[in-house]
Design a protein around this ligand. Structure first.
Ligand code: GDD
Ligand code: MN
Length: 368
């Protein structure tokens, strides 16, 4: 039933969505039933989905005042979408819930009641690992295993006590969110784990069990890159945030480049009769190309270059790496002159070269 659009809502449900067009109307119908008696609105945060999700939300928003759209262009990422959605809401309480009907909307009223009745609680997590919860409906055996592993890692390394920090389903007091928001990373899927880590155990957390449902329309956006982003998030947190996720991913790609280079050199020596320096040059070229491609789909996934921009980016990346190599050799040589220890000098050169590549490619190649 349509509510009075002028009344200020007590609850905003933030729904990140990417290619969820067919789930928009069914979800709002379900919210109608589940939230009767609560003044609520729903804010869809769409990253310009090619399937026209934003158009569908806009059409619905014209029919009823309690549906809103935040349409982001040129950006991708679940965590960032949730953060911007929460920041844009005006209600004292905000929920985050997936837009694919996998989360159990009937639990929203229970979660809301916890915050209403217990003023000491800051955050309520929809959990698959407490009584009344289960994950098996919505996840394959492999993903369930991965999710359990990630949960253990997060709980141990980030010192989180909640049972399901990997959940994408939670409700929080709006003012509590302000305490951590400047500390959150916009990449990746794991906004809840990141928030819990950023709160450093100060929050009083309650949990409500829910059964993770099977997806009916569309498909999951979870993939290998998101798993690696999660590892980046943990490492970033372990270094107290000194190393941002992007730098960690960049260094991981750089390390993979060393392996790629070795394989390429070995291959060139084996397949051709070329002298070593040509094989080595070939190896460097292959490694630079693979580093660019991997950084583009992993480190800069949220601003991935495509088509012509991909080639332009590749050329600028070559240029950046070329200067980086000069800086590497220059710094190593300078240091070696004052302190002739080859390993220290060479390592220092590598660090300076890598940092240069990181900063310069961020500015020039991916235009941060
Ligand atoms: N705006 C935006 N941008 N939304 C996104 C993006 C993005 O880049 N990627 C995914 N989404 C939206 C999806 O459209 C969906 O509504 C929701 O975020 C979850 O994405 P799924 O791709 O369906 O993820 P999942 O089902 O594999 O995993 C989800 O549920 C798990 C259990 O709660 C996530 O929420 C996980 O974080 C969570 O562990
Ligand atoms: Mn899903």
């Amino acid at each position: 039933m349509q509510q009075n659009p002028n009344a200020l809502p007590d609850l905003t449900v933030v729904v990140p969505c990417y290619n969820e067009r067919d789930n928009v109307r069914p979800l709002v119908d379900l919210l109608d039933k589940a939230l009767a008696g609560i003044r609520w609105n729903v804010l869809f945060v769409d990253d310009d989905s090619p399937d026209g999700t934003a158009k569908e939300v806009r059409a619905l928003a014209r029919e009823r005042g309690d549906v809103r759209l935040l349409h982001r262009v040129g950006r991708r990422g679940l965590a960032g979408a949730c953060i911007e959605g929460i920041l844009s809401s005006v209600s004292p309480v905000v929920a985050v819930m997936d837009g694919d009907l996998q989360h159990d909307e009937t639990k929203l009223a229970d979660m809301f009641a916890v915050l209403r009745d217990r003023s000491e609680v800051d955050l309520v997590i929809g959990s698959r690992h407490v009584e009344g919860g289960s994950a098996s409906g919505g996840l394959s055996a492999l993903r369930e295993w991965g999710s359990d592993l990630a949960t253990k890692l997060a709980r141990r390394l980030l010192k989180i006590s909640a049972s399901d920090p990997m959940s994408g389903f939670f409700m929080i007091r709006r003012e509590r969110f302000n305490e951590v928001v400047t500390d959150l990373q916009t990449q990746g899927f794991k906004i809840l784990a990141d928030m819990l880590a950023a709160s450093r155990g100060r929050w009083n957390v309650a949990e409500v069990g829910y059964e993770f449902r099977t997806r009916q329309h569309g498909e999951s956006k979870m993939d290998t890159a998101i798993t690696l982003e999660f590892l980046g998030l943990i490492l970033s947190r372990l270094t107290g945030g000194i190393f941002p996720i992007r730098l960690i991913l960049f260094l991981m790609v750089g390390l993979s480049g060393v392996a790629v280079q070795l394989v390429a050199v070995r291959f060139a020596l084996w397949a051709t009769g070329f002298p070593f320096y040509i094989a080595q040059s070939f190896g460097v070229w292959v490694a630079m190309t693979s580093n660019f491609a991997l950084n583009n789909i992993l480190t800069y996934r949220d601003r991935m270059l495509r088509g012509l921009a991909w080639f332009r980016g590749l050329l600028s990346f070559y240029a950046v790496c070329f200067i980086g190599a000069l800086a590497n050799v220059g710094v190593a040589e300078l240091l070696y002159e004052t302190w002739p220890n080859w390993a220290v000098a060479s390592f220092a050169g590598a660090v300076v070269g890598a940092l240069w590549n990181f900063v310069a490619s961020a500015l020039v190649t991916w235009r941060m």
